[in-house]
Design a protein around this ligand. Structure first.
Ligand SMILES: Nc1ncnc2c1ncn2[C@@H]1O[C@H](COP(=O)(O)OP(=O)(O)O)[C@@H](O)[C@H]1O
Ligand SMILES: [Mg+2]
Length: 205
């Protein structure tokens, strides 16, 4: 028997209390939290009312997989190790229908990072916040790649303009200092990204 068995069982049974669980890596926190979510489901909490928030995306996907695994095992009549002591076959038989319907609505459980959770809330208020409801979060590298592809496309189109050839300042400068034009375009675009309101002063000739 584990020396902290009592504390572990509290996590699985005191479902209406706020608990702080602190433990070293590899001691079973993720399993226990997944177990707590399954216990909530077993006792009838609607999946849409459950939120399990993590710090990283990896942790969120691990937690989600483990919740699904434990719930599926239970439905098959098998009690996962973490839940032994908290779930008896008797309880399981009595609650099977509830569990089954919870598994059917599994996609309604929120298991995600703090950032994704906040974004979900903000997106639900797209009108109030003035956000494009189709917009989404990107991590750093993905955002950088998208920025580069937009600027490259813009520059390509700008330099391919056939109409006002000889007049376009970007095209004219490119003939003399192509690398500087590329660098300046990127720098200016970055500046504009950081300061969307920035612009040039209009000059009265
Ligand atoms: N009560 C337990 N008894 C035996 N093994 C367990 C128990 N809880 C978790 N484990 C196992 O220990 C390993 C680490 O568990 P995990 O929940 O990922 O820990 P943590 O999130 O604290 O790093 C996993 O392989 C898990 O299956
Ligand atoms: Mg963990």
């Amino acid at each position: 028997m584990l020396s902290d068995a009592l504390e572990r069982s509290r996590v699985l049974s005191e479902l209406d209390r706020t608990l702080l669980v602190e433990a070293a890596a590899g001691t079973g926190k993720t399993s226990l939290i997944a177990g707590r979510v399954v216990m909530l489901m077993l006792y009838g909490a609607p999946p849409h009312s459950i939120a399990a928030i993590t710090f990283t995306e990896l942790a969120a996907s691990e937690l989600s997989l483990r919740i699904r695994k434990y719930a599926t095992q239970l439905l098959a009549g098998e009690i996962p190790k973490v839940l032994r002591g908290a779930v008896t076959l008797e309880l399981l038989n009595e609650r099977k229908a509830v569990l089954k319907s919870a598994i059917g609505a599994f996609d309604e459980i929120t298991v995600c990072t703090i950032h994704a959770f906040c974004q979900q809330i903000i997106m639900a208020y797209a009108v109030e916040t003035g956000l494009d409801p189709g917009s989404r979060m990107m991590d750093g590298p993905a955002a950088d790649a998208m920025f580069e592809s937009v600027i490259s496309k813009w520059l390509f189109e700008r330099l391919s303009l056939q109409t006002r050839e000889g007049e376009d300042p970007v095209a004219v400068l490119s003939k003399f200092e192509p690398l500087k034009v590329v660098k300046d375009s990127f720098d200016l675009a970055k500046l504009k990204l950081e300061h969307p309101g920035a612009g040039t002063v209009s000059v009265d000739f």
